[in-house]
Design a protein around this ligand. Structure first.
Ligand SMILES: Cc1ncc(COP(=O)(O)O)c(C=O)c1O
Length: 368
């Protein structure tokens, strides 16, 4: 059979560069610190682990397809109507569901230059065109987003804060963006790192969702709640969007273990607070200490920092990646995010953070 005769994916699919997750191994190194996927160094709440284990007694049963108890727990924690929540296998699934429900061939979705990669993948996978707009100082810019809106625009993706830059858009600006968008355009606020942000002018978007017909907010249990392995995320949206997503999602898209652990995690606010305090301390420390090595760090409000390396031979991001990996310190190369001169480092344990700063100091101090 010739290549043309065999089954063909829809246009756009083969334009996708498959997502490459952060590295997790350093060949030949006994002790590895994985700082490449923005996972929490404190792990999940012990109560979430216990709840997860308890599900082992009931593996023969299908999960509750409506994630009722989990939506109620999220509703209690955030003061939201559970009827306006959709849970998913990670927020990745929810982002893909949004694209599949609202985009098709001929449509456009706007995303910013260094935005989270899943937006592009989900858009192309739906047969629509991703429209990339420039950022200002590694930060999404409302005016450039608005300038890109056309008759074909159906979605605007905004990661706030963004990964991998760690920057955020103040909420007044998000409101200005929303106010200027045509009502048929759905604004997707991806607030995967919202729990870490300590800024008075930041909001994840709850009120904006509550008061409009064309805004949704996605959240995840993979970061501060420490449940990345279980794949769990949630979305808060207008009733008509929730209805559309519920029609296309898999009938049992969230598994029972994820639901049980998620409920316990969200109820353990003390653990979340400890994780937040750890991040507050070490984010500031890393930004200052890495800065002292002569490297530039983009100011971050999340649980990671973007470190920029010079072009000089021997001191590039690629050289640093090899140097650090050989010491068991695994950071994230971000060439796929159009940042070939940078590495992203997740805020790790005290030990991992200190070792990384020591290694970067050595890297920058050695003869090039
Ligand atoms: C901005 C952003 N959105 C969404 C996600 C996906 O998270 P989840 O693990 O819930 O699929 C990530 C994960 O890295 C992220 O950085």
């Amino acid at each position: 059979m010739s290549a043309l005769q065999r089954p063909q994916p829809r246009p756009g699919v083969l334009e996708i560069e498959a997502y490459v997750p952060g590295k997790s191994a350093a060949p030949g190194v006994a002790r590895v610190f994985k700082l490449s996927s923005n996972e929490t160094p404190l792990g999940p709440s012990p109560k979430a682990i216990a709840a997860y284990r308890a599900v082992a007694e009931h593996l023969q049963d299908y999960p509750d397809g409506a994630s009722t108890a989990l939506r109620e727990a999220i509703g209690r924690a955030f003061g939201l109507d559970p009827g306006r929540l959709v849970c998913g296998a990670g927020s990745d699934e929810l982002l893909n569901l949004l694209a599949h429900a609202y985009l098709g061939p001929g449509d456009e979705a706007i995303l910013t230059r260094h935005a989270f990669l899943v937006y592009r993948i989900a858009t192309l996978g739906s047969g629509a065109r991703p429209i990339e707009v420039p950022e200002t100082q590694y930060t999404a810019d409302v005016d450039t987003i608005l300038a890109a809106v056309t008759e074909r625009t159906r979605l605007v993706f905004l990661a706030n804060p963004n990964n991998p830059t760690g920057t955020y858009v103040p909420f007044d600006e998000v409101r200005r963006l929303h106010a200027a968008l045509p009502p048929r355009v759905l604004l997707v606020l991806d607030a995967a790192y919202a729990e870490y942000v300590r800024r008075n002018d930041y909001e994840a978007g709850i009120e904006l969702v509550a008061t409009s017909d064309n805004v949704v907010m996605c959240r995840t249990f993979s970061k501060i709640y420490g449940l990345a392995a279980l794949r769990l995320g949630w979305l808060y949206g207008p009733a008509h969007v929730v209805d559309a997503l519920n029609r296309i999602r898999g009938p049992f898209n969230v598994n029972s273990a994820a639901m049980a652990a998620g409920i316990a995690a969200i109820e353990d606010s003390a653990h979340v607070e400890t994780s937040r305090a750890h991040n507050d301390h070490w984010l500031a420390w890393l930004t200052a200490e890495i800065g002292k090595t002569g490297l530039e760090v983009t100011p971050s409000v999340a649980n990671f920092v973007l470190i920029h390396f010079p072009d000089t031979k021997g001191r590039t991001a690629q050289d640093a990646d090899c140097f650090l990996t050989a010491r068991g310190l695994i950071l994230r190369a971000v060439g796929a995010y159009k940042l070939p001169g940078a590495l992203r480092m997740t805020v790790g344990s005290a030990e991992a953070n200190r070792l990384t700063v020591e290694a970067l100091t050595e890297f920058m101090g050695r003869g090039a």
